[in-house]
Structures are given as C-alpha cells and as structure tokens.
Design a protein around this ligand. Sequence first.
Ligand code: ATP
Length: 788
Amino acid sequence: PGTPIEFSLGAKAIQKNIGILTSGGDAQGMNPCVRAVVRMAIARNCRPFFIYEGYQGLVDGGAKIKEAGWTDVSGFLALGGTMIGTARCKAFRELEGRRTGVLNLIKNGIDALVVIGGDGSLTGADRLRAEWPEHVRALEKAGLITKENAEKYRTLMIVGMVGSIDNDLASTDMTIGACSSLERICESVDAILSTALSHQRAFVVEVMGRHCGWLALNAAISTGADYLFIPEAPPSKDDWEASMCKTLKASRDAGKRTSLVIVAEGAIDRHLNPIKAEYIKDILSTRLGYDTRVTILGHVQRGGAPAHFDRFLGTMQGAEAIEAILRAKPDTPSLVIGMLENKITTQPLKEAIELTGQVAQAIESKDFARAISLRSAAFSKQLKSYKEIANFNPDSKMKLPEHLRLRIAILHAGAPAGGMNTATRSAVRLCLNRGHTPLGVHNGFPGLMRGEITEFDWLSVDGWTIAGGSKLGTNRDQPTPQLGAVAYQLQKHGIQALMVIGGFEAYTAVLELARNRSQYPAFNIPMALIPATVSNNVPGTEFSLGSDTATNVIVQATDMIKQSASSNRRRVFIIEVQGGNCGYLAVVAGLSGGSTTVYTPEEGVDLSRLQRDISHLRSRYIKELGRSEGRITLCNEKASQIYSTDMIAKIYEAESGGFFGARTSVLGHLQQGGTPSPLDRCRANTMAVDSINWLQGKCWEAMDVPNEDNIRLPSDKLKRKYFPPVYSPLSDSAAMIGVIGSEVRFTPVEELVMRTDFKRRVPRAIWWSAARQLIDILCGVGVDIEHG
Ligand code: ATP
C-alpha cells in the first residue's frame, strides 16, 4: 500500500542535463524540492542546472543558468521561499521570449526541465512543450543552432510540480506549500481567538486564494470558524447577509462568545461580485451590533520555515521527478507530479492544466457545483462536512426523523495524540445537528466500566478543535479484566454505536470487544476506531492522528539543534525520538529534517552499520574542512537494546578520528505536541465525519435485522421504545478507518489481525520504505558527490 515508488541508485543511468526552476508566487517547500531534484539527479548520474529567477532566467540565460553541485543545496530543507529565485516573467508569455529560452536551454545542453510553480507556471511549461519542435526548427533555420543540435534536442521532457500555497491544481490533494501556509494561518487565527474570546468579539479573517478556496476551507475546519466564503461555493441566496447573521446569532444564543468568519481573497457572491472582509465586518457591526475586527493575513502566509509535510512532499516529489525523467521515452508527454491522499501520482501535464482551467471556467459560468466537483474528491467532501458541522442547528425539523436517531458514545484510549479532541468535536457537532445523542466516555475503558458517561452538548466541545491532549481523559487500560462491566454500562446507557479514538491500545481493545460479541450481546453494536497515535504504528492506516503533529515537533527541534551543531562546527547530534518498535517517526522526520542517517527498530543497529555511518561522516568532514556543517542523526527509542542513543554518540565520537564530536538530545514527551497541527486537525475532522456516517449506516442496517437468534437485546423494554435495538454481530461492523494509498477505507479490526505483529506492536508491512531509501541517497551514501 501507499506510495508505490522505489528509489535506488541502481545501474548508472544515461546522463541527462536537467534544468530546474521555480516560478510564480513562492511557496514553502520549494527549497526542499529543489534540493531533492539536485541531489537525486547527481545520485542518478545526471547534471542538474539551476535556472535562477524562474522563466526570467531562462530568457536571460548567461549567468542565470548554472550547474548545481551537491553542497549548493545544503541547508535548503529548513528554508522558506525559494533560494533560486522566482519571478513573474512577461517575456516568457511571448513567443519570442520562449524561443530565446529554448536557445538558452540548448546552449547549456539541457534536455529535461523541472518546473516548480503554480498553474500559471505549469501552463507556461505546457506551452513550451507544445511549441518546442517549432522553436527548434526556427532556431536551426536562423542558424542559431547546428543541425546536429536540432536533431539531438528534438524533444524536451518537462516534469512539473505544483509549488503553490493555493492548492489549486485540480486532481491533486496537496500542492507544495499549501500545508505550511495553512500552518501560518492557523497560528495567527489561534492567536486571534484568544483575544476574540476575551472581548466577545467577531473577527473576519481574510486568507489568500484568489481562485481557490482550499486554504480558507481548511483554515475554517482547523480553527472551528463559524462562517466561510470561498470562490467555488458562493452563498446560495442573494440575501446571504441575512442568512449569515441568523446563523452567527444562533451560535451566540447557544452560548458562544465569539464569531469567526474566514473569507478567501477571491470570495464572490453567486453573481460573481466580490465579497470583501470589510463589507462583512460592516454587516456584523450594524445588523448584529458585534464588536467586529478585520485581519488580513497577507504575505505572512507565504513565510517561514516549511512545515514537515511540505518538506516531505517536496522531497518525495522531487526525487520522483528525476525518476520520471529517466523513465521517459521520446514520446512521453510532459508530466505533473501530484498526490492523492498518500499516493504520489504522475499524470500528463496537459490534462492537469486543462482540468484546472475548467474550474475557473465553471466559476465564470456560475456552474459552482461543477467547480467543486473538479477540485479533488477530498475538497468536496470537506466542504460538505464543514457546512454541516460549523453552526448550531436549533431547528428540530432539520434533524433526522426520531426513529433514525442514535446514541453514540465516544471514548479515547491509549496515549494522548494531537487531533483526538478535534475528531471528538467534529463527531459531537455532527451528531447534534443530525439529532443523535453523543455521549462522552471519560477516562478510557476504566471510565466506561465505572459508568463515567455524560451527554455532550454543543458548547461542551467549544474550543476543542485546537486543543492538544485528550479532554475526555485517556489511558492505556484494556477492557479485558471487566468485560461484563463494559457490557453493563453500554446497555445501561443505551449505547447503540461506539467510536474509539486512540492507538494500539484502542485497536486491541476494540478487537477484544469484537471477539467477545457472542458472550456479551451489548458488544454487537457498530464500533468505529479512529487511529490516533504519534508513533503511527497501527495497521490499517498509513496515517494516525497525532503523527503529523509529532513529526512537526521533531523537525522543528532538529532545525534548532542543527543550528547549534553548525555553530559549534563539526558536531553531530544523535536525537532520540519516540515510536516504540515503529521507525516511522525517525524516518519521516529524518527525511524532512535532513538527518544523515536514521536508526530504526526495523533495521536494528550493529557495529558494521555504525562503522559505515561513521566512515561516511568522516569522509564528509574531511572534505569540508573549514566549512564544516552541523549534522543530525535520528535514533528511534527502541532501535537497539544494546546500542543506546548515548552509546551510539560515544562510539561516534571515539571513532571520529577527531574530525567531529557527538552529542545527544532526547525529545521525549515533547513529541506529543501542544496544539495539533492543522493537517492533524483536518484529518481528524474527515475521519470523524466518515466514521459517524459509517456508524450511522451500520446501525440503520442493523436495526432492520430481525433478531432471529432470540438473543437478549442490550436494552430493557422501556429503553427499547426510545432507543431501537441495534444488533450488529458481523465482523465488518467493528472497523478502523484509515488512509491507504489514495483511499480512505474502513477495515474490520479482525481482518487487521493478520497484518499485525502483536509482539512488537507494529503493522507487518510498512509503506515508508521509499522514504528510508531516500535518506541515504540524499545524504550521499554511496553517491559520487564530487561529480556534482
Ligand atoms: P501562483 O499560484 O503563486 O500565482 P503561478 O505559477 O500561477 O503561481 P503566474 O504569475 O500565473 O504564477 O505565472 C508565473 C509565470 O509563468 C508568468 O510570469 C509567466 O512567465 C509564466 N506563464 C504564466 N502563464 C503563462 C502562459 N499562458 N504562457 C506562457 N507563460 C506563462
């Protein structure tokens, strides 16, 4: 499952000269992408060339096109923006400008081009590709290139990657920069919320997105905003001001102290007239009398160090770009690299551009349903769920009919992880708006046994979107010692469906309940498991809630430690990270943080491995005398029973030949993070909504099932009148929701047993082996760095 790409040095490929440029608006993550392209190119025996200042450099040529070396991209991972410059180039929009660009590429012997930019830049790239043969013929005719060169450079392979904070390329879920930009927005809005809360203010926050509402939508989900305006989904009524006021007032009447409206800079009404933040403010001030402020976030959104995810995405896509170039045949169309859920995709550039253009056309022709459907499937799903959750729905007529309403309990189990509260809030609010009764189980399974169960109301989860840890209380205890008590409480409280949010303990607990259904009728209810663990060590999903938050914390820490190591010169830090027997955190944070190597339980540690790593470091430091970098190595807490983090550092130092020193740093519980990352918040929301929909479906199916076995149903006569019995004994009604490759899927927990190594508490298969390979390649293990 997962990203099906494999990177290896393999046989020496035919050498290609590959130009790389960044164009359009800058985006965090462009630098990691450039680094990966350059290093992967060198590792695959190609010559990379920087083309500075985007298409302007292509048109200007000369010093703006320069061969890139291995160390030219050192330190790029942690830098926002683009170190090779970007520009909006008028000349490239003209045929003559593009022809000069072609001449410059041929002069430099460049036969493949990597373009990292937004849809405009990729449109330019697509035009260049389409016109290439014509340009080559014209240049030959004009005597500017030789016949041999005209023959040699008959085609140009272009690979595009979307570097854009807007996340506006149709058919990809994520573009490079979007996640970091979302983080900047959420940091600001989280901060605004505390002042809004103190003064009972309303805030209207404008975020970037001239044609695409992804940032605004995801910011609204991640911050629990009350109202949202985006270009793809204008308000359906002309008198939208009245609807907005009515909705915000209902939430205030229900006890909310603040109102938060997020508006994309390109927001419009259904007649395509712009909707501006100031106008919204005036409406809220005059009609509702709210003390309302406007914050326009502006360029802050482009700034700062890239989030872990953008480094990861940029790196994986950059490496894949080189593989795609090397795989290409003369008739291979230019490609764009994208991502669906957790799957790196490649598709013809032309198709992606056309599809993206159709979104703008659909908006222009006011076909908004089509505009939304043309964005990724994830986008429309998010928008639908946002609308259902954002506001309190006091109107009982809007809810489900009485007989379809359910009592759904939510419980946290295992160690705390970022996103547990967010998922709970989304589930609770969705339930309330549909008329279900959400029940909070406090303090995990022991709390359930003791009957610590309360009904949630709308306000009880206010502010939970951004709260780290577990508000319900969580622990590692299993239900096993007192299954009878668990059954009793489920029955007593008329619980018809159970949502468990947690990691490995949550998984084994749900499995235990499912396996004991024949003994305890009360367990025959649908159970949904939302994976939440920083270690990301549960089977059935490639991502668990909290793992993005943890990786971000590790990467931020490694940036700081690296800086210290660099200031001291010639120092290597061995940083110990969590993960139990799962090396995920070490590998993914290692790739995003620029670790020289990683030690994982999957690979183990032995002397020959240490020797190899030390000799690699020595050779690097010997060559770098005078300009020695600081370096880091991530070590999982259980990588070896013998070679502890401390011991590895001592061996490093002892065997360094005096060329470098070694220190340790143990990150410990910091990795559980404070506030969950926006990506964890968004994933939490999606998983919660999908799980409630799934539980609901399973319950309704089960309510139709006649009780043929005459098993005593889990509720007494009176309760049955109000809470229809749910009898759902099939194994597929206790399942985990997970991201697998390009899909979000429910897998029965009993099916996951075969995929689990229970002794080590890890999945049997891992999807991140390509990332592990890349760490070695991008750090130059086995690579002839000097040729670059
Ligand atoms: P962002 O998403 O940040 O706006 P972008 O790549 O869409 O990034 P643009 O300003 O649209 O930014 O495009 C960047 C550059 O790409 C332009 O300055 C121009 O040089 C080139 N370009 C854009 N559209 C075309 C086109 N239709 N034909 C040729 N070149 C183009």
